[in-house]
Design a protein around this ligand. Sequence first.
Ligand SMILES: Nc1nc2c(c(=O)[nH]1)N[C@H]1C(S)=C(S)[C@@H](COP(=O)(O)OP(=O)(O)OC[C@H]3O[C@@H](n4cnc5c(N)ncnc54)[C@H](O)[C@@H]3O)O[C@H]1N2
Ligand code: MOO
Length: 423
Amino acid sequence: MKTLAQIAAELQGYDPQALPAPAVGEFLSKLVSPVADIEDVATGEALDRVLARDVVSPISVPPHDNSAMDGFAFDGSQLLAGAPLELSVIGTALAGKAWQGDVRPGECVKIMTGAIMPAGLDTVVPQEFTRPAGQDRIAIPAGVLQRGDNRRLAGEDLTAGRPALLQGDRLGPAACGLLASLGLPTVPVLRRLRVAYFSTGDEILSLGEPAREGAIYDSNRYTVRGMLARLGCEVIDLGVVRDQPALLERAFRDAASRADAIITSGGVSVGEADFTKAMMKQLGDVAFWKIAMRPGRPMAVGRIGSSVLFGLPGNPVAVMVTFLAFVRPALLRMMGCRDCAPPPLLRARSVEAMRKKPGRTEYQRGIVSTGRDGRLEVRTTGNQGSGVLSSMVQANGLIVLHHAQGGVAAGDEVDVMMFEGLL
Ligand SMILES: Nc1nc2c(c(=O)[nH]1)N[C@H]1C(S)=C(S)[C@@H](COP(=O)(O)OP(=O)(O)OC[C@H]3O[C@@H](n4cnc5c(N)ncnc54)[C@H](O)[C@@H]3O)O[C@H]1N2
Ligand code: MOO
């Protein structure tokens, strides 16, 4: 386990007081490492879990050559360019009930989608391409078909003995279906990541408490809980912790004893009535960053005991932006994922001008839609204040104005990080 000082020494030009946003990901990737414990779970319960080992196909899928269409199977070597073909229908192959007999030249077998191809046959003509040509006979017009059409080959999806999924794959719905197609009732996965969260601040109210002057309800706890749930993490919700050393110490110690990662919100800036930073410093190896970005400028990172600490700024939008850009990729790495990159960027035409100075990364809340010309366009949600949580509800992506980038004119293309389904 490297100390923060060791990681800092490995990074060129590391300055915690003016950290470019791209350097944050690099730092965090050196700070965190994947969990090691493996458990078997039922395939039906494996959604969002991370594979602990490669899964080698025990069988081929599909197990036999079979038909992709309802139609007639025949030996495609009889197809001659420019010529129609007439065939006698000598039997029927059903899905789950194969045709067993011999099929000679001039003959075909009626076949259903998914039925095993009769021996020696390699081509299927869909029913609607044919016309009747007398008792138990069909005609295939010239030019509608090529040899091999509408036949699915054994093993074309998965081949016995080859890896079907790789260690570190995060199991989405398709991967769960794939495991089931292999007949695997259980799958080895890494244990779920345990993440503790608490909000700090004397002005923060929990739900159920009566409103009072100067106080606001805790929203960060709910956004963080939701974002962690989307990642498939086990959430240890420690609620709101008052700004008192004894309470903060208890919360940090409790979190560190139970969680792989601790996320907090608030108390990482330069405010006066803040014991949060002091307690982080006292209990752990923690750096206090000023990131050259907006929103999400102040952030604390490090370790308390063996737990990784992400001390997010208090502003509700800053919490979500820093989570998406930095915490989520770091947690994915801790979960053992092969792919822990931040969401990919896509290009969209900005319908409005945006002011921006080079020297920091800005994440503006954007609404991406399809323009009249069929191309993607993006508009901002308006007020970009980092306390305006409604902007995150309206937005479907973050417009990323990069570190070195200046202002944007209406009509310019910009990068957008889509977050639908992630946040
Ligand atoms: N002199 C400076 N002041 C500030 C700076 C700075 O660099 N110099 N940075 C600003 C930025 S940027 C941010 S972000 C905030 C971060 O401050 P803290 O992390 O110390 O957070 P707090 O002061 O506790 O709260 C900030 C803001 O967010 C609200 N908040 C906090 N927790 C919650 C919660 N759980 N649910 C909803 N809202 C919450 C809180 O009431 C404050 O309004 O500092 C700036 N100031
Ligand atoms: O972290 Mo702050 O959002 O830049 O207000």
